[in-house]
Design a protein around this ligand. Structure first.
Ligand code: LIP
Length: 274
């Protein structure tokens, strides 16, 4: 079986380098622009870091393909083929980054035959390096991590996101979904919103949170999910579609949980956005 060790080490190295740039920029003045809407932010750091990651990996692996959040925003076609493909979010949690809220991460995944074999999520601000290789387990700062194994919704710390849309109908569904798990009958221990999809998934992987979901086309892309999904499954967790079907990283929907039972309970309670 082909191993992807060389790619794994290259991804860790370039994530660290990206993290250094993000950390310096985090406490400096930022130039902020908007992309698809007034709530979809981008900074010069997002673009600079993505270019650095792509050029570094391209030099090492010239035959590989690339999907990057900012390249996509600039109009590049997002196409996942069987060719080894690097999937990059240079600064996940850009709104957090702009405001100095320290849940910001660089996310790098390598997909081969449309299956993720390497996943790195690095929060340089807090120095949390989450790594996984297919079949080799998940780690935080080199130590193995595991999901909590929680099955009971009533003992769950649930993580969700609000997304970028401010459309009233979309918000009704988003807040309705939160209410489904935050009410008198279906009592979770609590709900958290961190503003950083990749770190949301890593919280589930490390057992700090029990489940996370994000549904719909309003703000989540393959770059927000690819690395995190591998880290969750390698930590013993479950990743599925928010409808309860199989996970498709190109679908813009994800539900991950510490157990199949918990994932199914949440999927049954969710109203879909699209
Ligand atoms: C963000 C996600 C966040 C989600 C936002 C957005 P970005 O990614 O990490 O969880 O709620 O809508 O997609 O744009 O900061 O890389």
């Amino acid at each position: 079986m082909e191993t992807w060790d060389e790619c794994f080490h290259a991804a860790v190295d370039v994530a660290r380098k990206a993290g250094e740039e993000i950390k310096v920029a985090f406490s400096s003045e930022k130039r902020i622009q908007t992309k698809s809407s007034a709530t979809d932010l981008v900074t010069e750091t997002d673009v600079k870091v993505e270019n650095m990651i792509i050029s570094t990996l391209k030099e090492k692996f010239p035959t590989h393909s690339f999907i990057g959040e900012e390249s996509a925003a600039a109009g590049e076609k997002v196409e996942l083929t069987d060719n080894p493909t690097w999937i990059i979010d240079p600064v996940d949690g850009t709104t957090n980054f702009v405001h100095g809220f320290p849940f910001v991460a660089v996310s790098i995944a390598l997909s081969v035959n449309k299956k993720v074999v390497v996943g790195i999520v690095y929060n340089a601000i807090l120095d949390y390096m989450f790594t996984a290789q297919l079949g080799k387990g998940a780690f935080m700062n080199g130590k193995p991590i595991h999901v909590s194994g929680q099955e009971d919704i009533k003992k769950t710390l649930l993580i969700a996101e609000l997304g970028k849309s401010r459309d009233a109908k979309v918000l009704d569904i988003i807040f309705g979904n939160l209410r489904e798990f935050y009410n008198e009958e279906n009592i979770t221990h609590g709900c958290r919103i961190l503003g950083c999809a990749t770190l949301d998934m890593c919280q589930v992987a490390s057992g700090a949170g029990d489940a996370y979901y994000m549904s719909g086309k309003y703000g989540i892309g393959v770059w927000d999910m690819a690395a995190g999904a591998l880290i969750v499954t390698e930590a013993g967790g479950v990743v599925m579609d928010t409808t309860g079907g199989p996970f498709d990283m190109m679908s813009r929907r994800v539900l991950c949980a510490s157990s199949e039972k918990l994932a199914r309970t949440i999927a049954e309670g969710l109203t879909q956005l699209d």
